[in-house]
Write a protein of this length. Structure first.
Lengths: 448, 400, 343
């Protein structure tokens, strides 16, 4: 009621206002009026939130959307301001971005590369979105990142953990706040060595797609470096629901560790099946059999119920962190929605703030200017401690959390406990590391 | 004209006019209004989809509409076409002509192989055979042939096949746009026409797809009216009798299958030209199911039905999935506050993340109440209209 | 050897689910002549009966405990279930523990009702329509049903544990002369297999030994003649459909502890079940059961590393490959009869 009518592509309105009196058509070739795609000229700026609203990751997408709406509120000066006050850069004052009120449009990625690109395209072409963000899968992130590079808008990746996103598929217009498979492996390996020793035989079950492959490669390399032997690496179909026929061969394989390179529904099912087959009660080579889930998500851990207890993994962020930024975010999110935010929610909230701040510092929405402002940007106060957006590959470097399924949860949200915060230096790698080689950032593309 | 009867020529003319003026007709609301944000469909991506899926369903209709063979695996040919096109981009460069030619050829070959096997059976067995073969192709594309670390990475798996700067692109010259193009005209290039408060986008890719749609439509009319088309209809009405007369129908049905497969390949190739990334998801059996739905929605066995069905489906898919609560509030802002909230709560489950639900309900409605699809709906409305104006009878026959 | 026996057990287990769904599909197809694409959704409804009962058991009232705090630092709320409040802690714990088997009692009336409503409200009007229309309307219904489930339960998997006594594995190897723990198989999976054999046996006995069953079998063999005999087919059709729905629903209830249910499991299961039905032979009930177990076992064997090393990715396509070979070699499927759905 009280809200003003949303205006988009205000440039056209201004153009149209001039033409209206004469009622003569004005012909514009794309972008000839500005230096970059969808330059906002009115009093608002439109961001495109591209999240899975249907399909297996719909709940995670819904949580991302909640965080986005919260971020927009805070940017526009409504609500309690959340992490705006703890963020080390102070350009965000609750007056939108560059003085323009933030508006948003939403799309459904369906966790399919094709559909995600289509919805991103429609937000760019129809709604005039100047930035696209979101997603809950690496395949989608890479596909949409490529599209944004072609279309000339900034892409702030959501939940994507594959090495490729900032490795061989990196793009100048794309930025990733989330950590990756290599970092998970680097953070997990020392903890695993301390708990389980360095004489272990690991068996990998891996979801047969981009993310699974890169994580398997990373974990195998890191654990082999500390003396573990990799017994087997078995690929499982992404659409599989019953993993019994992949778990059964583990029983007598001589392995004493099972690594589940699975995420989402795959992880819940394979873990449930592994526990069903009594793997956790087994003693092999005089050692207790152990299961590892390298990438944890609290939302998904809930689906696995009691099966996650005591199982190690890593996560980008967890609501129980006690730094000022995390506390402010949890408070703001929890007060509004009644439950703590997930790591996906945290990462997309940060991405929105980082984008807004970069625009403010660059003084423009031009993707090249924004990109320059983000490259090599160091910041603090967004929940992960000191963080660097590396210029070479647009990957964020920050501390990584090693977590374990909690033995005695005190509430339905209290599923993971933080075992160790691995410092940034330990998970850092050279931009030309072989696992990330072959990519080409290219030049930033401002579009037309 | 053009070897068509008057009625068919009129139909072709209507479709031509539709294609030319779609960017205007589909943008009925002025820029910046809530209605525009909700209902305008005149932006390049969606219009390209209208045309491309129109081609796909026209092709499907040649098989299903004429012969009655219900293929549940046509999306696989679309995917094969897309992969072929992107490979051309990777190897040769962004010129779309070799890409489209190869995508038609590759899909033709695939459909020849699939058709040869599955047409040995008919009815539900044929449907399941095509479904099984297509699911095999999907699984191969999704993971088996898509592992970047293997030596046989043909599809790049879940991420989708795309062009990298390091690809050979041997024919690429320095002046070519870095995007699929026809003789240097990028598929992305567009002209904005501003009239009053309206903004109309004229996009090169759309008009190219539109041109192919017209060509596809013309060929389909010719097939419908040819002796070959008559033979296919005979297969549908009573194949047994045909077989008893000593006629082998399989070459005819195989021909129809391959033609419709090539149509799907063309659509897949065009899809890659408008957006040079080929994802495996477009081959999944639910995508094939969607093709069937589009053809039934439009009106099976009719000429214009496929275009209507494809347009209807794509339009609602794109529009419904983008409506969120804030748009709903804006759109209903003319209502009193309390009532507005109730309405938003009521509509909420059906839009945004609930768009599958709405689409599912719409399909059911159409199939239950309009077995002949939108064409039948149009005819019924037409009849109603004529009955009311009984004093001025028109001799218009409903378009087929 | 032990690996092979384990995979046979896995195959039987997967096959149980395929067989139960395929059995219902065949029953519907054979008697009503309808291709029901919403059958996977019926399995899902059954699975969510178990989830719902679990939720009902955990409906609770809240009291504030000032000594503890929640994640925002406010006083924590302690939830006590009504179940515990009314029956005491012991029986409440027992009921929650056994909620999956208890859900069968709830699922039977629910599924019968769903079946009757579906048949009377929708399917009935499609007997005379082409198969394509039947496929599409049920396909649409499947989407609607699963979206309704998603609206209430979300998209994430929901863990539903079996009763405590069935957690863990049973050492089958020792009986067969293998060393200890060589063949350890989860209790609940064995329960599922036994359960499905009981259901399958029940359905066959019902069709074999009751008058109703006789009419249904007669209808499957020659629908026209049965109609001409003046038997009230309509009512029997409704009951047959409801039974088929219940079989699928019960398969879903008992499946929840094996893999936590999500709203969309029906989609993948449905395609597999159709393949099963065709491989078994359209309209043949024993064929459906046989093919279900057969495909389950073949799929399990294809997932073995020894097989995958020779043919990478074979586990992803084996079921479809089997179907193609069977249909081409035996046009009517393994046990299909002449004259059923041949065109």
């Amino acid at each position: 009621m009280s809200k003003s009518i949303l205006t988009r592509r205000n440039v056209l309105q201004t153009g149209a206002a001039a033409g209206a009196g004469l009622a003569l058509p004005t012909i514009l070739t794309a972008g000839s009026h500005s230096g970059y795609t969808n330059a906002p000229t009115g009093s608002t700026v439109t961001l495109g939130f591209n999240v899975p609203q249907t399909g297996a990751y719909a709940d995670e997408g819904a949580d991302e959307l909640r965080a986005y709406m919260l971020a927009v509120e805070h940017l526009n000066g409504e609500g309690d301001g959340g992490m705006l006050s703890t963020f080390s850069s102070k350009t965000l004052e609750g007056n939108g971005i560059l003085g323009k009120k933030v508006e948003y449009v939403t799309g459904d990625t369906q966790t399919k590369s094709d559909a995600a690109r289509a919805s991103a395209k429609s937000m760019i072409e129809k709604d005039g979105a100047v930035m696209i963000t979101g997603g809950s899968s690496s395949g989608v992130a890479i596909a949409v990142q490529g599209l944004c590079q072609e279309a000339g808008v900034i892409f702030m990746a959501g939940l994507t953990h594959s090495n490729d996103t900032t490795g061989k598929d990196k793009k100048a217009n794309g930025f990733r706040h989330f950590f990756n498979g290599y970092m998970s492996a680097a953070a997990l390996a020392p903890v695993l060595q301390a708990r389980y020793g360095s004489d272990r035989n690991a068996y990998h079950l891996t979801a047969d797609y981009t993310w699974g492959w890169t994580q398997e490669e990373s974990i195998a390399a890191a654990t082999e470096a500390m003396g573990w032997n990799t017994v087997n690496k078995v690929r499982t179909p992404l659409k599989a629901t019953d993993f019994s026929s992949y778990i059964a061969p583990v029983l007598n394989s001589g392995a004493d560790i099972l690594v589940l390179n699975h995420y989402g529904g795959n992880m819940v099912n394979s873990l449930t099946n592994a526990v069903q087959f009594g793997l956790r009660d087994k003693v092999v080579n005089n050692k207790n059999f152990e299961i590892i889930v390298p990438l944890y998500s609290r939302l998904m851990a809930k689906g696995a119920g009691a099966n996650v207890k005591g199982i190690f993994g890593s996560t980008n962020w967890h609501w129980s962190l006690q730094d000022e930024g995390s506390k402010a975010f949890v408070k703001s999110f929890g007060t509004k929605y009644g439950f703590p935010p997930s790591q996906a929610a945290h990462t997309v909230y940060c991405q929105t703030l980082l984008y807004a701040d970069a625009c403010n510092r660059a003084g423009t929405f031009n993707p090249c200017g924004v990109g320059e402002a983000l490259e090599g940007f160091e910041f603090d106060g967004l929940g992960n401690g000191k963080t660097l957006y590396r210029a070479d590959d647009h990957q964020c470097f920050k501390d990584v959390l090693v977590v374990k399924g909690k033995e005695n949860p005190t509430s339905e949200f209290d599923l993971l406990e933080i075992v160790e915060v691995t410092p940034m230096e330990q998970v850092k790698y050279a931009p030309d590391h072989p696992m990330f080689a072959g990519g080409d950032l290219g030049a930033c593309n401002p579009g037309a | 004209m053009l070897g068509l009867e008057k009625k068919d020529f009129t139909l072709l003319l209507i479709v031509t006019v539709m294609v030319i003026f779609a960017p205007f007709v589909l943008n009925p609301f002025p820029e910046g209004t809530a209605m525009a944000q909700m209902f305008n469909a005149g932006y390049p991506d969606l219009m390209q989809r209208f045309a491309i899926f129109g081609i796909l369903v026209i092709g499907f209709n040649i098989l299903f509409g004429l012969t009655g063979y219900l293929s549940f695996g046509h999306a696989a040919f679309l995917g094969a076409g897309s992969y072929a096109a992107v490979w051309m981009f990777k190897l040769l460069g962004y010129d779309i002509i070799p890409a489209i030619l190869l995508s038609i050829a590759v899909s033709g070959l695939f459909s020849l192989a699939v058709g040869y096997v599955s047409l040995r059976r008919s009815g539900i067995y044929f449907s399941i055979l095509t479904l099984a073969l297509a699911q095999m192709m999907f699984n191969m594309a999704y993971s088996v042939l898509g592992n970047p670390s293997s030596s046989y990475n043909l599809t790049n798996g879940e991420t989708g096949l795309q062009v990298y700067n390091s690809d050979p692109q041997v024919l690429l010259s320095a002046t070519d746009p870095n995007f699929p193009h026809l003789f240097g005209l990028s598929m992305r290039s567009e002209t904005h026409l501003l009239v009053g408060n309206w903004d109309f986008t004229l996009n090169a890719g759309y008009y190219l797809s539109g041109l192919f749609l017209l060509l596809a439509f013309y060929i389909s009319i010719r097939i419908f009216r040819s002796p070959f088309g008559l033979m296919l209809r005979a297969v549908k009405s009573n194949q047994q009798r045909l077989n008893y007369t000593g006629l082998n129908t399989r070459p005819y049905t195989l021909m129809a299958f391959v033609i419709s497969g090539m149509y799907a390949g063309l659509a897949g190739g065009l899809l890659a030209c408008m957006d040079p990334l080929a994802g495996a998801e477009r081959m999944h059996w639910t995508a094939s199911g969607e093709i069937v739905i589009m053809s039934i929605l439009g009106g099976i066995g009719t000429l214009i039905g496929p275009i209507l069905g494809a347009g209807f489906n794509e339009y609602f898919k794109n529009i419904l999935s983008k409506i969120n609560d804030s748009i709903l509030h804006e759109w209903l802002s003319f209502l009193p506050d309390g009532f507005e909230d109730i309405m938003v709560t009521l509509i909420h489950p059906f839009v945004g993340k609930g768009w599958h639900l709405t689409l599912g309900l719409l399909f059911m409605m159409v199939i239950i109440f309009l077995p002949g699809g939108l064409v039948e709906g149009g005819q019924r409305i037409g009849k109603l209209f004529r009955r009311k104006k009984a004093d001025t009878p028109s001799d218009e026959t409903p378009v087929e | 050897m032990d690996a092979i026996i384990l995979q046979i057990l896995n195959g039987l287990d997967k096959g149980s689910a395929y067989a139960l769904i395929a059995l219902g599909l065949t029953l519907i197809f054979g008697t009503l002549g309808v291709v029901n694409f919403a059958h996977g959704a019926l399995f899902v409804i059954g699975a969510f009966c178990a989830v719902t009962l679990n939720r009902i058991f955990s409906i609770s009232f809240e009291t504030t405990d000032p000594t503890k705090v929640d994640f925002l630092g406010n006083p924590a709320t302690i939830k006590t279930t009504y179940l515990e409040h009314w029956f005491g802690a012991g029986p409440a714990a027992w009921m929650t523990d056994w909620s999956v088997p208890l859900a069968i009692l709830m699922a039977i009336p629910v599924m019968l009702l769903v079946g009757v409503i579906m048949e009377r409200g929708l399917i009935k009007h499609f007997y005379k329509r082409p198969h394509a229309d039947q496929i599409l309307v049920t396909f649409g219904l499947a989407i609607v049903l699963q979206e309704i489930i998603k609206f209430f339960y979300g998209a994430n998997p929901i863990q539903t544990a079996p009763p405590d006594v069935f957690i863990g594995t049973m050492d089958l190897g020792v009986w067969l002369g293998f060393e200890a723990n060589a063949i350890a198989y989860p209790y609940w999976r064995m329960v599922y297999f036994l359960f499905s054999t009981v259901i399958i046996g029940g359905v066959f006995a019902f069709l074999q030994f009751t008058t109703f069953g006789m009419v249904v079998r007669a209808g499957m063999a020659d629908r026209e003649t049965v109609g001409l005999l003046g038997i009230d087919i309509d009512k029997r059709f409704t009951i047959t459909f409801a039974i088929a729905a219940t079989v699928a629903g019960l398969a879903g209830v008992m499946y929840t502890p094996i893999t936590p249910p999500t709203y969309d499991i029906g989609v993948e299961l449905l395609v597999l079940s159709f393949v099963v039905v065709v491989v078994g032979g359209m309209g043949s009930l024993p064929g459906a059961v046989l093919a279900g177990f057969l495909l389950g076992i073949v799929e399990s064997f294809a997932s073995m590393n020894e097989v995958k090393n020779i043919l990478p990715g074979i586990d992803q396509i084996i079921v479809y490959l089997m179907a193609i070979i069977v249909i081409l070699v035996r046009p009517r499927g393994l046990m299909g009869r002449k004259g059923v759905m041949e065109d």
